[in-house]
Design a protein around this ligand. Sequence first.
Ligand SMILES: Nc1ncnc2c1ncn2[C@@H]1O[C@H](COP(=O)(O)OP(=O)(O)OP(=O)(O)O)[C@@H](O)[C@H]1O
Ligand SMILES: [Mg+2]
Ligand SMILES: [Zn+2]
Length: 505
Amino acid sequence: MAYLALYRVWRPQKFTEVVGQEQTVTALHNSVKEDRLTHAYLFCGPRGTGKTSIAKILAKAVNCDNIIDGEPCNECNSCQDINNGNFMDVIEIDAASNRGIDEIRDLREKVRIMPAQGKKKVYIIDEVHMLTTEAFNALLKTLEEPPESVIFVLATTEAHKIPSTIISRCQKYNFHRLTLPQIVARLKEVSNRNGIDIDDEALDLISRRANGGMRDALGMLDQLCSYKDGSLSKTDVLDVLGLVDDLFVARLIDRVIAEDLVSTVSMLSSALNQGKEAGQLARQTALYLRDLLLYKLAGQEAELTVAGEQSQELIKQQALKADKNQILHSLRLIMDTAEKLRFSEGQKYLLEISLLEMASIFASKQNQNEHDNISRKEFSKPRIKGESDDSSAKSERNDAREILWNRLLLGVKEKKIPTHALLSQGKLLGVKGDTIFIGFRKGYRFHKERMEEKSNREIVEAVIREIFKREIEAQFIFLEDNQYNDIIVKKAIEYFGEDIVEVKE
Ligand SMILES: Nc1ncnc2c1ncn2[C@@H]1O[C@H](COP(=O)(O)OP(=O)(O)OP(=O)(O)O)[C@@H](O)[C@H]1O
Ligand SMILES: [Mg+2]
Ligand SMILES: [Zn+2]
């Protein structure tokens, strides 16, 4: 099939052809009908949602020779020339590629010359937030004394970068991401009209991936058509976009939350062996976690980006198991990894590590709750005179150790969440002299070894320095015993004698 450039062919040509943006469309359409157009508009909103398209409809509407009910005819010379980009009085400036002041200076000189071809000159300035301060000032001068026969349409994806002096001189319209049903419906229409045979699941997947941008949705459909003739399915979309099935990601996260490290690692390597890219996988995982977070917060109402029909049951269960902060931390972690993978694709271990770290974030739920409570306790507990018999001295020591450990975890968490995730799988054995001893049980070799790395060790030592106000070295110890919790105190005593905790402030 020949390359279609669907998004160009399918640019809405009239107000009534625009999908969504109802308020903007109605307001502008009415202004045309009632001849109440103003001289400057500011269109703000995400990429590919119709800003340039509506600017062009507006440009046609003011120049059309036989306007019908406020709509351009798309047949007269003016309309056709504007559609083909050959109309002298519609001037498009892309501020992103012509950042300089020259364009605007040029504009200031020419703006007062009467329209050459049509009734009104229309300046469409795209990505207007990219203009330099000088260019903004020049534009402002023009907006302050706008010539009669000129309309400005300024478009931007980053409204907050536009000076308020400019905004106050424009009529502002906010463009919104298109909804999933709006995109699906449009893609269906486009497919039908172009004889593209594509099933609903595939359309659903593309529409979710477009994240509210119609241009991207049409672009993906295009890509798919040039990839393969005949009927198109979800598998084709996955192949073309290099994606794994959303159900796969849902299952992967399921294993992560269950702290099933073996399955996590083996699922990951099977995906990579099938030729999926680590970076893409990390990005999909990030999107899935975002979905999970939304689901956690909004339930069925949430509009999910990657989790489709099949994943609904899993995501529902996961939202019950995981808490908000854990999801959020995991999301940050995987986004960080996705970013790193952009520069070092092929490092599959990077992704593996971050999934394993994530597992410990989910596993640390209990720890988290514990030290949230304990951090409220005072660090140095008042000692009641005469009360310190043997057992109470021991339990006080354990209390002190627990408090110290929680304070340490908290401090590390503030500095670096992944380090906290690793450390929280350990246990404080004690402080003796200038050394703090932290133990890891057998299954946590990975955590122990990561903690021994310079960057992680330094974080721990920095927090300890803050607590003790002196230099203390961290030692990570391997505990061979599986019955970790019961034996931990015994082990510690074995290593360091009775007086293992030496907490001073
Ligand atoms: N609201 C919409 N209704 C129908 N099609 C749309 C809509 N928005 C975008 N499209 C499709 O996407 C293409 C690009 O849209 P347009 O150029 O208007 O986006 P934009 O908002 O100006 O994006 P950018 O910020 O990247 O300049 C259009 O040609 C059309 O195919
Ligand atoms: Mg545009
Ligand atoms: Zn016309």
